[in-house]
Design a protein. Structure first.
Length: 110
């Protein structure tokens, strides 16, 4: 017979770790937004746009990406809240983290 107190502690730990992992991906998402803005400004300037137009274009792009980030925050929060402790949730965290780290690495390289 399994001790109920042990299961409750395990559930609280699982919920806490899931929240911290979600919070980390949300925070890294903000860093990714910054990196994408910087990279898009450089790309627009490289394509021959003047500085003012490149800034304006990168700001519009970031506005759209920020709305996508807000949607990601809400959808991923609900997804992970419903699937706490499941393997699929951990896989989604891993993929999200990998994508965010690749974007940040590209920003640091270029």
């Amino acid at each position: 017979m399994v001790n109920q107190d042990w299961l409750d502690k395990r559930r609280v730990l699982s919920n806490g770790l899931t929240f911290l992992a979600w919070l980390a991906t949300v925070g890294l998402g903000l860093v990714v937004l910054y990196a994408l803005r910087q990279m898009s400004f450089g790309l627009f300037a490289l394509l021959g746009l003047d500085v003012r137009t490149a800034q304006l274009a990168s700001l519009w792009l970031i506005l759209v990406l920020a709305l996508g980030w807000l949607a990601f925050v809400v959808v991923s929060g609900e997804y992970h809240r419903r699937r706490v402790g499941q393997l699929r949730a951990v896989q989604v965290f891993a993929v999200t983290l990998a994508i965010e780290l690749v974007v940040i690495a590209l920003y640091l390289v270029f």
